[in-house]
Each structure stands twice: as C-alpha cells, then as structure tokens.
Design a protein around this ligand. Structure first.
Ligand code: AR6
Length: 261
C-alpha cells in the first residue's frame, strides 16, 4: 500500500491551535461510516394485496439486513452502542495502526511510556507504522523533568505522519501492581486523552486497551474504567472507538459495554 508522508510541524502541544498541523490530503482507508438506511416512500396508489414480487423484495431486504448485522455487529466487525443522540461507542477487534475515519478529524491513542520515545506493544507498532518522523515529534515534546515528557495519567498530541489518521495522542497508563491508585490513574488517562482531543477538534478517536499489556491491568477492571469514563464525553465526539487486539480484550469490553451502557 502506498504511504503518504508529511513533513509538517514536529509536535502540536495542547495549547496550540488545531490549524498548526495541516490536514492530511489523502485518505488511505475507506471510512467506517454507517450503511445508509433504506428509504421508504409514501404509497402513491391504493394499498394492494402483497404480490410475489413484494414478498421476494421484503425477503431480499431482510436477508441483506442479516448480512449487514449479526447480533448488532456490522459487516466491518464493529459493535455500536449509543452514548448520546450524537455519539456512538464502537468496539472492534484489530490493529489500531490501520484505523481511520476521515484522515482529518480522527486520532488514535498510543499507550506510551513517560519518555515517549517508543517501546514495545502498541507503542512499538504505532511508531513503526508512523515512521521516524513520529519519534522526532515526540523528541521535541518538552520534558517536564529529566526523562519524562508525559507523566502517568497525562496526554500529549503529535502529528501522525505515515499513519492514516490526522493525530496521535500519547498517554501513559498506570503499572497495575505499582501504581498506588491504578483506577484513578486510568480514569485520568481517558479523561486527559479526550480533553486534548477535544481541544484539537478531533471528532473520531480510537483507544487500545491502555495498561492491559506490559502494565498488567486486568481486562475486566480496565474495561469498566474505560467504558464508564468515555461516557462522560458523549457530547463532545461523533464516535469513540476501542480497537482491541485480542479476543479476550474484545470480550471484556463487550461485556462491560453491555453492562454499563
Ligand atoms: N493495535 C491495538 N492494540 C494493540 C496493538 C495494536 N497494533 N498491539 C498491542 N495491542 P501494551 P501497556 C494491545 O503493552 O500495557 C510499551 O512498551 C495489547 O494486546 O502495548 O499500556 C510502552 O512503551 C494490549 O491489550 O501497553 C510502555 O512501556 C494493549 O494494546 C508499555 O508498553 C496494551 O498493551 C505500556 O504498557
């Protein structure tokens, strides 16, 4: 797949206006937009007895609907929950580096470490896919103390370079066994990511299961914190996604969304 690189500014800090980072000119993936609803036209004739044609048409529509949705999961593998009349929560399995909606108002979240210069897990995958410009952008994020660009629970935003989204939001989740208040720290992670996204006019955002890999946060507890916290931002985004790499993580998030929403 051809990748389109960008040479724009190294880093967009929260205080900078969204316009500081130019919009990506090319969308590399089709959008995950919903299928347009079937239209109903008012009858222009007297009601007729159902013909074999109308039966077969209804049957076709029914089968088509089933192909599109199995237990609420759309053909592209996403399960949707309304958070408000204007915002959807969407769950899907997959690789977050491939995710995008429109390439201009979308962002993915990176489960980084405090140095913000790359690592393993989803952090490594995002840096590999974004290219070396992302590391350079992270390097230019000011340190708040030696070796710390993003303290645990906070968030920073950069460009996305060779990724198909417009921005990357970097955050640092708690190490479950070490953090004194892991739940409070994980809630701060989600709140700060969504705040910085909102400040930068992001409308579509995708999270991985932050802290659930190397940092060993249990999936059931993490999914509860994640789903219940993003709900607070239901009026601020069009879609909030979780892109979950493992079946276990997907099942945990699905169970929690069914409970909480
Ligand atoms: N797309 C979506 N999710 C992924 C992907 C991917 N491409 N790759 C892994 N995951 P982790 P943490 C899932 O360890 O626990 C790094 O070294 C993975 O299955 O990436 O917050 C950083 O530099 C798991 O469910 O993040 C930090 O040092 C989830 O992402 C440290 O790890 C998070 O796992 C952060 O640890």
């Amino acid at each position: 797949m051809a990748m389109v690189g960008r040479s724009f500014s190294l880093c967009c800090l929260p205080s900078q206006a969204a316009g500081a980072c130019p919009a990506k000119p090319t969308i590399l993936r089709p959008s995950f937009s919903a299928v347009a609803p079937l239209q109903c036209h008012p009858p222009t004739h007297r009601p007729r007895a159902p013909s074999s044609f109308s039966f077969s048409f209804s049957f076709f529509r029914c089968v088509r609907g089933m192909a599109r949705s199995d237990n609420g999961v759309s053909r592209d593998g996403q399960k949707s929950f309304p958070l408000s009349s204007t915002c959807l929560l969407k769950l899907q399995r997959g690789d977050i580096t491939k995710w995008s909606v429109d390439g201009t108002s979308d962002a993915i979240v990176n489960a980084a470490n405090e140095r913000m210069l790359g690592g393993g897990g989803v952090d490594g995958a995002i840096h590999r896919a974004a290219g070396p410009e992302l590391r350079e952008a992270c390097w230019n994020v000011p340190e708040v103390r030696p070796g710390v660009r993003c303290p645990t629970g906070e968030a920073r935003i950069t460009g996305a370079y060779r990724l198909p989204v417009s921005r990357v939001i970097h955050t640092v989740g708690p190490v479950y066994d070490i953090d004194e208040h892991p739940e409070a720290s994980l809630r701060s992670v989600y709140r700060n990511c969504l705040r910085i996204a909102k400040e930068n006019h992001i409308q579509y955002i995708a999270f991985p299961a932050i802290s659930c890999g190397v940092f060993r946060y249990p999936l059931s507890e993490a999914s509860y914190v994640a789903v219940s916290t993003v709900k607070e931002f239901a009026d601020d985004f069009k879609e909030i996604h979780f892109v979950l790499f493992s079946d276990d993580a997907y099942s945990a998030w699905l169970e929690k969304a069914n409970e909480v929403l």
